[in-house]
Ligand binder design. Structure first.
Ligand code: P6P
Length: 332
């Protein structure tokens, strides 16, 4: 039987890559893995228990909150609290950053986390894959000091780790610490994430484009031109490309990471910065895709170079195979 390497074993093994690593980041990643297994259990039986549907109210982005959104948010924050390695959390479901320090977590905790606990949750009712996206930074303030928004509002280039969990036909955790990308598939029979996709790389080119063409008339002209480029018959460049849009960023990104492709969520007149959030959607996904050899741009700059001003700041996203991103940029 092929030897199994669990997420925990892999994290410890890779810890040696980091000088002075005291195991804090390793423990933080393991805490996230535990919460992912708990959320997975509820996502997988969502149709059977009273955890579907909306809760009263909307999140700070004005989006209706599903019971599972709130449940996932609670699970990840609880796991981060109990792990003790994180002092501050920014979540899509929380208006402001959540200081874990007040909850007994040591003021010495060195890491902060930005998280979208359940991305694409509107797809839950129709049994379409959804995901969790997380980003980890070292705090800017010194251990023992009070935390502030500044600890969270850091450029994507400052991330020490980022990852996503995709709750799909199988549940996978994909993450990077800046030394490549590795994927782990949850084996329910042993309750462990097991290394299934070592050293993931995204093909330099591809023929899948992923964009909500329902918004076509609102797109910038360059994006409209690129969509028409994808649809033109040209055997030499493998066109027309295939259009695939799931409506769950993690699912669309995961497919493109494995097969090559591009995911675009552009700005429109109504949403001048697009829809996707910088801190807990675009930055972590950008880190992963760049580490896998791809590219992640706002159309004007590298996503990870954007200076954050607000926890729930939105940015346009053009993310995927390098040659495809460059092609889109040539139309802008
Ligand atoms: P639209 C889900 O709500 C999400 O944040 C991403 O996961 C997804 O890619 C996008 O929004 C879908 O948005 O406007 O195309 O429905």
């Amino acid at each position: 039987m092929k030897s199994i390497k669990t997420l925990g074993q892999f994290i410890i093994e890779k810890q040696a890559d980091f000088p002075y690593a005291k195991g804090e980041l390793s423990r933080l990643l393991r805490d996230i893995g535990i919460a992912a297994k708990i959320v997975n259990r509820e996502v997988n039986k969502a149709g059977l228990v009273d955890i579907l549907g909306n809760v009263q109210g909307v999140n700070v982005s004005g989006e209706s909150q599903k019971k599972l959104d709130v449940y996932a948010d609670e699970q990840f924050i609880t796991a981060l609290k109990s792990g003790g390695e994180c002092c501050f959390v920014a979540s899509e479901e929380q208006d402001e950053g959540v200081q874990l320090v007040d909850d007994g977590v040591s003021k010495d905790a060195n890491y902060v986390v930005c998280i979208d606990p359940l991305d694409g949750s509107s797809n839950i009712e129709v049994n379409v894959s959804v995901g969790t996206i997380f980003s980890i930074y070292r705090r800017k303030s010194n251990a023992g000091e009070d935390v502030s928004q500044d600890d969270l509002l850091q450029k994507g280039t400052k991330q020490v780790a980022a990852g996503y969990i995709i709750y799909g036909s199988s549940t996978m955790l994909v993450y990077t610490t800046g030394k490549g990308v590795n994927g782990f598939t949850l084996d329910p029979s042993i309750g462990e994430f097991c290394l299934s996709h070592p050293n993931m790389t995204i093909p330099k080119d591809g023929h899948i484009y992923s964009i909500n063409e329902g918004n076509y008339l609102k797109f910038p002209q360059g994006i409209k031109d690129y969509i028409k480029y994808c649809q033109v018959e040209d055997a030499a460049s493998n066109r027309p490309f295939t259009s695939r849009y799931i409506g769950s960023m993690v699912a669309d990104i995961h497919r493109n990471l494995l097969m090559g492709g591009i995911f675009i969520y552009p700005q429109t007149a109504q949403q001048p910065f697009g829809k996707l959030r910088l801190m807990y959607e675009c930055n972590p996904i950008a880190f992963i895709i760049e580490q896998a050899g791809g590219k992640a741009s706002t159309g004007e700059q590298r996503i990870m170079e954007v200076t954050p001003h607000h926890l729930h700041q939105r940015v346009p996203a053009i993310i995927g195979s390098t040659k495809m991103v460059d092609k889109v940029l040539s139309f802008l």
